[in-house]
Ligand binder design. Structure first.
Ligand code: FAD
Ligand code: NAP
Length: 310
């Protein structure tokens, strides 16, 4: 029987493991299907983690985390978790791919989320070399330059506003002429002189060269093409929350979720199920930053310790 099972080895899972084991929990396993580090390891640069002034690749930045976080006994199992369910005695059943399983007194879910891709030509080729899904992370690289923000939801419009404070101009490219974003945000975007709305267009392709992205070609409903010459394109077309392990056999979720599939938690990272915690990008209203995920993980680790000990 595990004292605590941590699912996911990104910043949230690693921090949860550090705090739970350093606080005294003895049998703590972090189930991470790949190498620990999480989605930031796909980023070319991180420069906004306080205390780390050197600009590092995501991979280099996370390199020292596993060793430090495992110093107090956290174990890493390179397994994919397929489902978490609750046993009648209050413990948790952790189903693993391949048919094996574990039992744990407490569980911290840290499986993260992934920005969706829009699937236009050149998106993958120039990802990390002009195409980005994170304005907080990469906006600064386009200071006083023109960029595209793609999408019509709250994220696209809010991030377009954020980028307008850094960039000389933001083209907000959307496939329709109405937005999903909240009315007040739409109003702010429409009144922002640095944002040009490019509506009713589909993205044809992103183009560039060895140095990176040079622009985006969009096409309107009549087939007219427009070449938007920019070094940066930010894709904000929704997020995939990695919540499938919480889905039960009957299709319901183990704990309460919001309408977008984010796990509902309180300020202590408690879910609606006792002994089940969620931390990082998977939880409701996550700021989707490494430092925030690490903070959540630490909180959840402390709470799991409290839960198991009492
Ligand atoms: P994740 O980092 O997503 O980790 C989740 C882990 O869970 C993954 O390792 C995954 O393999 C594992 N997992 C998922 N499902 C299972 C399963 N069923 N079984 C086992 N393991 C599983 N933030 C910043 O602060 N600064 C930046 O500059 C920055 N740049 C970014 C650039 C890019 C390209 C991206 C994509 C994100 C960036 N972010 C940045 C955001 C940051 O990476 C995330 O907010 C942070 O990683 C979230 O941490 P997490 O631990 O919640 O989840
Ligand atoms: P979203 O609401 O799902 O919006 C995604 C947008 O991307 C839509 O406008 C969609 O167009 C467009 N899109 C989807 N696939 C595309 C593709 N392949 N090519 C081009 N465009 C594409 O996603 P989100 O903005 O990330 O928001 C997710 C949820 O979080 C929403 O419920 C949102 O309200 C919430 N959120 C809230 C806040 C806040 O409260 N401040 C902030 C951010 C997010 P269509 O409209 O045509 O479908």
């Amino acid at each position: 029987m595990l004292d605590c099972a941590i699912i996911g080895g990104g910043p949230a899972g690693l921090s949860a493991g550090l705090y739970a084991t350093r606080g005294g929990l003895k049998n703590v396993v972090m189930f991470e299907k790949g190498m620990p580090g999480g989605q930031i390891t796909s980023s070319s640069e991180i420069e906004n983690y306080p205390g780390s002034p050197e600009i590092l690749s995501g991979l280099d930045f996370m390199a020292s985390w596993p060793e430090q976080c495992m110093r107090f006994g956290l174990k890493h199992a390179m397994d994919e978790v397929t489902r978490i369910s609750k046993n009648s005695d209050g413990t948790f059943h952790i189903a693993l791919s391949g048919g094996r399983s574990e039992t744990a007194k407490s569980v911290i879910v840290c499986t993260g989320a992934n920005p969706k891709r829009a699937n236009f030509e050149g998106e993958t080729e120039f990802f990390g070399r002009g195409v980005s899904t994170c304005a907080t992370c990469d906006g600064f690289f386009y200071k006083n330059k023109e960029v595209v923000a793609l999408g019509g939801g709250d994220t696209a419009l809010e991030e377009a506003l954020y980028l307008s404070h850094i960039c000389s101009k933001v083209y907000l490219v959307h496939r329709r002429d109405t937005f999903r974003a909240s009315p007040s945000t739409i109003e702010k975007v429409k009144n922002n002189p640095k944002i040009e709305l490019v509506l009713n267009v589909d993205v044809k392709k992103a183009y560039g060269d060895k140095m990176g992205l040079n622009g985006l070609i969009v096409v309107d409903k009549k087939g007219n093409e427009r070449d938007i010459v920019v070094p940066g394109v930010f894709v904000f077309v929704g997020m995939n929350v990695n919540n499938s392990i919480l889905k039960q056999e009957d299709g319901t979720f183990l704990c309460d979720m919001d309408d977008n599939g984010n796990v509902l938690v309180d300020l202590s990272m408690n879910t609606s199920v006792k002994g089940l915690f969620a931390a990082g990008d998977i939880r409701v209203k996550a700021s989707k930053q490494v430092i925030c995920a690490a903070g959540d993980g630490a909180t959840a680790g402390i709470q799991a310790l409290e839960y198991v000990n009492h």
